[in-house]
Write a protein that binds this ligand. Structure first.
Ligand SMILES: [Zn+2]
Length: 494
């Protein structure tokens, strides 16, 4: 009975730092009025408007009163939506979300935020794209945005609406409104339009590992471009019965409860012309032949051990994305020989910090409380014990602070589905950026993330910033400094 509201509530709780504030913040957010305006629905405008609306509707109980004031003439086929009036299609695709009850056609009576998409001159915050550049309230060259920049403009606009809602609701989270241009061509904060996307984009040799919130936003974006090739699409999981995935899985609606995530993601790619091969299993269960063929890995799983194992299967290049509980996201590039490999930046489970966090999450308490219990060497309270699964209670009852981490790690099975903390725009931001990297890499453009700037990181609550591109170097003692591994990689991709 958790539904699509659950994970976003956890995100709000995490950024507020106080679970007792959540209900008040969400009530305030739901009272916000956001108006999306466009004079004309050309393809980039329509893509940006649609993605903004989708991300805001998926906020569910935290969604604003959303007003859509756009023409009825459509110009582009969008994933999951039919070809008729945009309002009708969006409302239809989100049947089952309570946020649809606050979704209105036409202008808002008293908007807290008016987002003006495309060339329109109406007063409000202007959302634009040009080539690979997009902007909030900044001028861009007078050329059409490509679908990737248009999608990212939609993410920026939705993030702005999230912040306006939180601010209006009295949030104490640190918010920082982004204004200006950003180029997905070279990640400068300048209106650099870059080269034209010459479709079709060939995804042969790609392996998309993880079809969750981030991966599905990658597919939503790729699905706007004509595609070729037969990428592997790997995820063992299904859209959960409780519907908690629906806040960020842009590949799924309430109709898709119980459907395999890999199949849904592959569906977006095949609708755009590719011949994806969905694999409803874990990466490690793929055949050696399949693992060996992946030249470009696009990975967005939150399991550290899977990421570490994936690196040692030696794709030529790995594009990786992750989100944090507090709104940060990052997209990283790895080629094993240069700068940090994926293992360098993925701590193994033996690190105490990781164990502490895992243990706390497994017990449903904060890391701070667990820390206190370890320091004071006291056992878990009866209340915490009673909240555990029946078979787990006797394992930990009476176990004192210092022993607790070892006991939990050794005796308690990991929960089948540890609650993710997420928000629609938080997973969409790195998802769109992964698509940006995948497209540039497939087309051979020499401006993507690279060893000299292998990390892109920002907060969805603050937006891009001057130093969002940075470099992470190798970690001493990582396998990527080992001669045998290096020789294997070099020989494989010679
Ligand atoms: Zn390494």
């Amino acid at each position: 009975m958790a539904g699509p509201a659950d994970r976003t509530r956890r995100f709000i709780a995490s950024v507020e730092g106080d679970p007792h504030q959540v209900d008040g913040i969400i009530t305030g957010m739901a009272a916000t009025e956001v108006e999306l305006v466009a004079d004309v629905l050309d393809p980039p405008t329509e893509i940006a408007v649609a993605l903004t609306a989708i991300l805001l509707l998926r906020l569910e109980d935290a969604a604003p009163h959303l007003f859509l004031a756009v023409p009825s003439t459509r110009s582009v086929k969008l994933p999951l939506l039919g070809e008729h009036d945009l309002y009708d299609e969006l409302a239809d695709a989100h049947q089952g979300f309570e946020s649809v009850e606050r979704f209105h056609r036409g202008p808002a009576p008293n908007p807290d935020l008016r987002l003006v998409f495309g060339a329109g001159a109406a007063p409000g915050l202007h959302v634009r794209s040009a080539g690979w550049a997009c902007s909030l309230d900044a001028d861009l060259p007078a050329i059409a945005g490509n679908p990737v920049a248009a999608a990212f403009a939609g993410v920026l606009a939705a993030a702005e609406a999230l912040e306006v809602g939180m601010h209006r609701a009295g949030s104490r989270a640190r918010l920082g409104s982004y204004r200006g241009a950003v180029s997905l061509w070279d990640y400068t904060l300048a209106p650099v339009v870059g080269a034209t996307i010459t479709a079709p984009v060939d995804l042969s040799g790609f392996g998309i590992v993880g079809c969750g919130g981030v991966g599905s936003a990658t597919a939503w974006t790729l699905g706007l471009i004509s595609l070729l090739g037969d990428p592997l699409v790997v995820d063992h999981d299904i859209i959960d019965k409780e519907g908690t995935n629906l806040n960020r899985h842009l590949t799924a609606t309430f109709q898709n409860i119980g459907d395999p995530k890999a199949t849904l993601l592959a569906g977006f790619l095949s609708a755009a012309g590719a011949s994806p091969r969905p694999r409803i299993r874990e990466w490690k269960e793929l055949s050696d032949a399949e693992k060996l063929e992946v030249r470009t890995g696009v990975i967005s799983v939150d399991d550290a051990e899977v990421r570490r194992a994936f690196q040692l299967d030696m794709p030529k290049v790995i594009l990786n994305a992750a989100t944090s509980d507090t709104g940060y996201f990052r997209v990283t590039y790895h080629d094993f020989l240069n700068a940090a490999c994926l293992r360098c930046i993925t701590p193994s489970g033996t690190l105490l910090g990781g164990q502490l966090a895992t243990t706390a999450r497994r017990l449903g308490i904060s890391t701070g409380l667990l820390n206190d219990m370890i320091s004071a060497n006291v056992p878990l309270s009866e209340e915490v014990v009673d909240s555990l699964r029946l078979e787990d209670r006797e394992q930990v009852r009476g176990v004192r602070g210092a022993e607790l981490v070892a006991t939990v790690c050794a005796r308690l099975q990991p929960l089948p589905d540890e609650p993710a903390v997420s928000a629609p725009m938080l997973s969409a931001a790195p998802g769109v950026l992964l698509a940006s990297e995948a497209i540039k890499r497939s087309m051979g453009y020499n401006v993507p993330l690279s060893p000299v700037g292998n990390v892109l990181s920002a907060s969805v609550l603050k937006g891009p910033h001057r130093a969002w591109l940075s470099t992470i170097h190798k970690r001493p003692a990582c396998e990527c400094l080992d001669t045998l591994y290096r020789q294997y990689y070099a020989k494989k991709w010679a």
